[in-house]
Design a protein around this ligand. Structure first.
Ligand SMILES: [Zn+2]
Length: 217
């Protein structure tokens, strides 16, 4: 499911009463569509004296780019609520998910049977939703170097682009051969797709796992 503002607000109220003694003031929920996080408790910080700070302008940012189960979303909301509680009360922790965060997380997990984690763990499929959007059709050049290394280059599925890349890359004396494959795997979205005459070194075994058998000639 993808969460709505109402869903996040409702769960916030419920968990506030259940796990935080109703002590957390309501917080604006902002639905986002980003590649970098699933949930985030954002706030601003200002100095109010010698070494003393105040945290304000809290917002819960929830990324609706990703599809999670209802209970996974609840754990994300609880995770952000712990950050909120710590910042709101000006409590010191040694890092974002330091001992204090973990203590509260373990308490809530143990008492209420939750599965909050310190990292927002995502499966490969979920990461694709976050970073890759859709798997697009691409051509991947597998470049073999004379020294035994392997490189790749992601190209648009265009015959002229591929022909120009082949001609250009084979001019380099360091290159043994190049093969082209048609792929549709979001794994390649991490590489820039262009007509530029460059190569990125990669692990051959890993590359082969993502190449379809279909050659692009
Ligand atoms: Zn966190």
């Amino acid at each position: 499911m993808k969460p709505t503002e109402e869903f996040v607000e409702e769960r916030f109220r419920r968990f506030n009463a259940l796990c935080f003694g109703g002590l957390l003031p309501e917080v604006p929920v902002v639905l986002t569509s980003v590649k970098s996080y699933i949930g985030m408790c954002s706030y601003r910080k200002r100095r109010i004296g010698r070494g003393r700070y105040e945290y304000y302008d809290f917002k819960f940012r929830i990324n609706t780019r990703i599809d999670l189960s209802e209970s996974e979303w609840e754990d994300i909301i609880l995770h952000e609520m712990i950050h909120y509680y710590i910042a709101l009360n000006g409590l010191q922790d040694s890092s974002a998910h330091g001992p204090l965060f973990r203590k509260m997380m373990r308490f809530i997990n143990g008492t209420y049977g939750r599965h909050i984690t310190v990292t927002q763990r995502t499966s490969a499929g979920q990461r694709e939703q976050l970073t890759g959007t859709k798997a697009r059709e691409r051509v991947v050049a597998m470049v073999s170097f004379r020294d035994g290394r392997t490189g790749l280059k992601v190209l648009p599925p265009d015959k002229r682009a591929v022909a120009a890349y082949r001609r250009g890359i084979l001019r380099s004396p360091r290159i043994e051969s190049v093969e082209f494959y048609l792929v549709k795997d979001a794994w390649f979205n991490r590489y820039p797709c262009s007509r530029a005459l460059n190569v990125i070194y990669c692990d051959k075994a890993e590359l082969l796992r993502h190449l379809s058998g279909e050659r692009f000639e």
